[in-house]
Write a protein that binds this ligand. Structure first.
Ligand SMILES: Nc1ncnc2c1ncn2[C@@H]1O[C@H](COP(=O)(O)OP(=O)(O)OP(=O)(O)O)[C@@H](O)[C@H]1O
Ligand SMILES: [Mg+2]
Length: 856
């Protein structure tokens, strides 16, 4: 108990689990917390005069419980026995061997193979932000330094992209920690940030290098400080990082910047309804065959490129794999058996690999020649580079092949890992076992002959090992040298000196063999670790081949085409589909999009802004999203769902689709919308694509319309390519005033008084909204629908407020208090003042005034 609380004091804020026998136990408050979080029984244990709460989990399934605790944001320290209990005198020595936190788990069972698990650190030094990111399960380590006027915004975008499981902040960057914990659900810890010179030493020590030039961060002290924060934290938590021998410096400028709201709106890797990856771009595009490829694909989707040449290189590679079906098929088939080499390497480096892991590594390496051969017919450009990047580590492979059994066990406790013929000593021990066992087996016949006891048997139990069993009826024939050990119902059990000698040979050899196998296995693991650089380079090449192959496969299956990337700032595409909706909607109606150059060489000004109107459910939001997705897909190097596409590179895509409830954060929908809109207006350039869906609907009609109007004017002035979907058909008037603004509508057909959606986008505005039709379809009572129709026609005829139905003069003359509760009172009763912002309150008052003030 004292041991426990001493260890606990050294690790504040961490749940401590102590190994006791076959259990990991929590005590005191930790026991209460763990019992609640894991739904396990809380018991108590005597400690002197006190009863201390206790909860325990069996050690063999501890990972399952750890995963749940870490998943709920706890940190858990494992306090293990540091000596063999059998040999310990007195109390077994124990100590914390590892602290598990969300960002530092490498245990396979705690990780999702299709996504990275990032630990990030953030610091501010000399007015510049430093960000470091580590996935300890794959060994990827990257840093960047962010500066300039927009650095805070850039950082938030970058954090949203990375979505770290755990974020380390320094005192100066704590505010970002709060944002990340609220917005991204990251676990956040505030730690000290070291001085620049000390940070550099820490990083150099990790890299085993003498200077940082080769890593590109020699003149980025903030990045280096952030990197060292991660290394120090990892060391403190007992995380081994032997495999992390390189750091990559990157720049946020080389990728398209996508803010958090845009990622959310476009449902890139998480959908807006349940946050899962179903119905997302990622789900549609993912035809990868390996976990490494799945992770890289996710990264590419989150980081579209800006460099025309880089984009074309990916398109070239995808194109070749699309055209050469045999190569694509071979590549994907040969990738299918490849294990997660990145994570295997990291498990080797941290000493956590199992014999099965090494067998998986061997089997994967055996496939490299096939994979290389599969891309040979298409080996040009990037594919040639990647083919050459498959560095087959011959020595390691042949070592694994000669050492490891075909199908070794999961643990090193039972032997059976190493092939015979690999190690002479092991073979000798196995021979002793075999001959001892043979002797014992033959003993039965020999003793029967010698003693004349026909049904004498040799048996084995764990209490006293091998024995000779004689039925009670034959006891008289038992020779004197037999030593009686046990009596059972029908028989007596004996041992002999000879038998015990052979037994000790067998058992001794067995124990030694198991120990030797474990040692040989450790050597293999170290060999693999020594090759980690090569293995990691190879796995990167595999990941990229897999991702390109996945793009090609999707393109073929779904009839996507290669987009032409051009220097002009245009966006032209024919029969575009929404990649996700078209899967769900068999009768999907494709539409064209045409946004012309801002400075056409000749002729009329071209459309840069589209105001899209149309009834509810007609497909406005879908059209907006598919346009943005087309641009993103093109810039990640994928083919696109259209029959033809030609596009200039966009520097940023902004998308705001679907209002999000931020009441929990104390902001009204309208307020959020305005903050986000301000962000767009401040950052959009003429190279940007801006997609706005019903901006302004969170407030009264006229306010909303006015704001929308002014925004469109401003975006047209900037020259961004803009799509604006709205129910305010009054905005159509803008097209008459601004040469680059055009009206489009999603058309509907009217059949009798029924409305049929055609989902076709046509030039021109709308003057009706069909909201009442939709209300009817949704099942609003017929009476209400009829009344709504009446009011609608009155409004359309220009009445400022519809007349109250004739409900009889007498009733109108009743005093206010005698009437049925008036509407305004009912609305007041229904209001929750705690959820109303001042702006909402004002606009509500305004609405009521215009609604009720003119009544008789
Ligand atoms: N081009 C299309 N072809 C076939 N079905 C479509 C198409 N576009 C949209 N749909 C279908 O119509 C549904 C509604 O589309 P969407 O949400 O884009 O409409 P909307 O005009 O934005 O509606 P609201 O005004 O209510 O926001 C989609 O879920 C989809 O099932
Ligand atoms: Mg919509």
């Amino acid at each position: 108990m004292r041991q426990y609380f001493a260890a606990k004091a050294e690790h504040p804020g961490v749940l401590l689990a102590m190994r006791v026998g076959d259990f990991y136990e929590f005590y005191g408050e930790d026991a209460e917390t763990a019992a609640r979080a894991l739904e396990i029984t809380l018991t108590a244990r005597d400690d002197g005069d006190n009863r201390v709460p206790m909860a325990g989990v069996p050690y063999h399934s501890v990972e399952k419980y750890l995963a749940r605790l870490v998943g709920q944001g706890f940190k858990v320290a494992l306090c293990d026995q540091l000596e063999d209990p059998k040999q310990a005198k007195g109390l077994v020595k124990r100590g914390v061997t590892r602290v598990l936190t969300a960002g530092t788990v490498v245990e396979d069972s705690l990780l999702d193979s299709s996504r990275n698990n990032f630990l990030a650190a953030l610091c501010l030094h000399d007015g510049k932000l430093g960000l470091a990111v580590l996935d300890s399960s794959t060994g990827e380590f990257a840093v960047t330094q962010i500066e300039g006027e927009e650095m805070q915004q850039s950082l938030l975008n970058e954090l949203a992209r990375i979505s770290p499981s755990e974020l380390l902040v320094s005192e100066e960057t704590q505010e970002f920690g709060d944002l990340a914990s609220r917005g991204l659900g990251s676990a956040v810890s505030c730690i000290e940030s070291p001085r620049a010179d000390r940070a550099k030493k820490t990083l150099l020590r990790q890299l085993g290098a003498s200077h940082l030039e080769g890593y590109g961060c020699e003149d980025k002290p903030s990045a280096v400080i952030a990197a060292s924060m991660i290394l120090t934290y990892a060391e403190k938590n007992g995380l081994q990082l032997g495999h992390v021998d390189a750091v990559a410096t990157y720049s946020v400028e080389s990728f398209m910047r996508l803010d958090a709201a845009t990622r959310r709106s476009l449902e890139l890797s998480q959908n807006m309804s349940d946050g899962s990856r179903r119905y997302t771009l990622l789900a549609v595009l993912d035809q990868t065959c390996t976990s490494m490829g799945a992770r890289l694909l996710r990264r590419w989707i989150e980081q579209p490129l800006l460099d025309v040449e880089a984009i074309r290189r990916r398109h070239d590679a995808v194109g070749r794999l699309v055209e050469n079906s045999a190569a694509r098929f071979d590549l994907r088939e040969s990738l299918k058996g490849v294990a997660d080499i990145e994570r295997l390497v990291s498990r080797c480096a941290t000493g956590k690999a199992t014999p099965k892991d090494l067998a998986a590594l061997r089997n994967s390496l055996e496939r490299l020649p096939d994979i290389a051969a599969s891309v040979r017919p298409v080996a040009q450009g990037r594919l040639a580079e990647l083919g050459a990047g498959l560095l087959d580590p011959h020595e390691l492979l042949s070592e694994l092949q000669s050492a490891l059994n075909d199908d070794p066990p999961l643990s090193t406790r039972e032997g059976g890992i190493i092939r015979s013929g690999f190690d002479p000593e092991l073979d000798r021990l196995r021979e002793i076992q075999r001959s001892g066992k043979k002797f014992i087996a033959e003993l039965e016949a020999a003793e029967r002959a010698k003693t004349g006891i026909g049904n004498l048997k040799v048996g084995f139990n764990s209490v006293f090992g091998y024995y000779l069993e004689v039925p009670k009826s034959q006891i008289a024939k038992v020779p004197a040298e037999y030593i009686r050990k046990q009596t059972t119902a029908n028989a007596e059990r004996y041992i002999t000196a000879d038998l015990k000698e052979q037994e000790s040979h067998v058992l001794g050899a067995e124990e030694k063999a198991i120990a030797l196998e474990a040692e040989l296995f450790l050597d293999l693991m170290q060999s693999a670790t020594r090759h980690s650089r090569r293995l990691l380079d190879t796995s990167q090449a595999l990941a990229e081949l897999d991702t390109l192959g996945s793009f090609a496969e999707t393109a073929v299956r779904k009839a996507y085409v290669r987009p032409e990337i051009v220097p002009e700032d245009v966006l032209e595409a024919e029969t575009v589909r929404h990649p996700v909706v078209e899967d769900a909607e068999p009768g999907f109606v494709p539409n064209d999009i045409l946004l012309g150059s801002l400075e056409p060489e000749e002729g009329e000004p071209q459309t840069r802004t589209i105001i899209l109107t149309g009834p509810n459910m007609s497909g406005k939001s879908t059209y907006l999203r598919q346009t943005a997705l087309l641009v993103l897909m093109a810039q990640i190097g994928a083919f696109v769902p259209a029959s033809r596409a030609r596009a200039g590179v966009c520097d940023r895509v902004f998308a705001r689709i679907g209002a999000r409830d931020e009441i929990a954060l104390g902001q009204s929908t309208f307020m959020v919308e305005m903050i986000e809109s301000a962000n767009i207006l401040n950052h959009a350039t003429e190279r940007s694509l801006v997609i706005l869906d019903e901006v302004g609907r969170g407030t009264s009609t006229f306010d909303g319309m006015a704001v929308a109007w002014a925004m469109i004017e401003r975006l047209a002035e900037i020259g961004s390519k803009t799509l604006f979907a709205t129910h305010y058909h009054q905005l159509n008037a803008l097209a008459d005033q601004l040469p680059t603004v055009s009206n489009f509508r999603v058309s509907v057909a009217e059949v009798g008084d029924q409305v049929v959606w055609t989902h076709k986008v046509l030039p021109g505005g709308t003057d009706r909204s069909y909201g009442v039709h939709v209300a009817k379809m949704a099942g609003l009572p017929p009476k209400v629908v009829k009344r709504a129709q009446e009011i609608l026609s009155e409004l359309e005829e220009g009445a400022s407020a519809p007349q109250v139905r004739d409900i009889g003069v007498a009733k109108l003359q009743l005093s206010l208090f005698e009437m049925e509760t008036p509407e305004v009172i009912r609305e007041l009763e229904g209001l929750d003042l705690n959820q109303l912002t001042p702006i909402q309150a004002l606009s509500l008052l305004d609405e009521w005034k215009s609604r009720y003030a003119k009544r008789p």
